[in-house]
Design a protein around this ligand. Sequence first.
Ligand code: SF4
Length: 410
Amino acid sequence: MTSETTRAPQVRPRTEGWTQRKDAAGRPLLQFASPRRGKPPAHLADLTPEQRVEKVTELGLPAFRAAQLEKHFFVHCTHDPAEMTDLPAAGRDELVHTLLPPLLTEVRRLETDRGDTVKFLWKLHDGALVESVLMRYPGRITLCVSSQAGCGMNCPFCATGQAGLTRNMSAAEIVAQVVRANRVIADGQLGDPRKVGHAGERVSNIVFMGMGEPLANYARVMQAVRVMTDKKHGMGMSARGITVSTVGLVPAIRKLSDEGIPVTFALSLHAPDDELRDEMIPVNSRWKVDEALDAAREYFEKTGRRVSIEYALIKDMNDHGWRADLLADKLNARGRGWVHVNPIPLNPTPGSVWTASEKPVQEEFVRRLEAHGIPTTIRDTRGKDIDGACGQLVATESDQQAAAATPVEA
Ligand code: SF4
């Protein structure tokens, strides 16, 4: 044991204020299958371009109506029949209601960073709540989207993981978050329009880092990505601007490598050793650190896209210098130039075991990675003052709804 290891205490992960659900063997419960609930309304964005044409033809309409609806929803960001004057008035409402039903009801909107960060809380058709966060940076606009209502991965530090998985989101519900965000931008509601707004601005980058484990909802996430990147029938975004992240569902990472869509892939690692990662990221009991890193390396080999490793820096939990060395060794053992590490200082919560690493510790962690030749960038965390971490807003809202629903005895 090094003297440094003895100096820096080892804090063990644990839940605070909630009890982690366990399986029959006493391990944290992992939910991969979505509980059966009423399906979200069928929507144009759930269909392939061919299926959209079939659908309008079934409704007795010419095929080009499908392209008109695509343009209204994906480009003009509307599902309001009154704005679709190129569609015949007779039957327009019915057509739009059938193919572009409203999917997201805005429950709350919180702004920070002088309006450059906007967090949305959406209600889905069945009352499930999800969040997305819109962030303006110099030269780009990023939207952090949710892919599931809740999450079945049960990570002990995560507000979303506490309640388990409510259900998978449909592809259209995922896409609708982008459409709504683009509408907000077009209406001049992101940042100060006198300084930054100009016509034609849209979301340029998407990160699948909101609620849910994207690769546990694989088919719908991929359909959403296809819609986002389709230049003719979708939103025409660059695949490189879309980041799909995972806590390490190895078979799904392999599948993603074979899709032929060059999205940016991010592995939320948070610990380089199985002893700690088993406790921090329960899915590590299925697929170990080395398996997840091997799959990440394969992603690079097959796509040529450099992989991001996300690493939340948590005081005395995973921020030890030896862990930076171990992480670098494991990455370098798989080659050079294939990976980039993003340490993310956790939002500080005084008194919690889940709190931010001290600044000098963060700097030392980065210094060690860089000394081993690993490109490293500390990622900035937006929206700290608006329940920035995923799931916090939903947790707050659910508490309020529960309180409102609780009968008060006279
Ligand atoms: S950290 Fe991510 S994978 Fe883990 S419970 Fe939260 S949303 Fe799910």
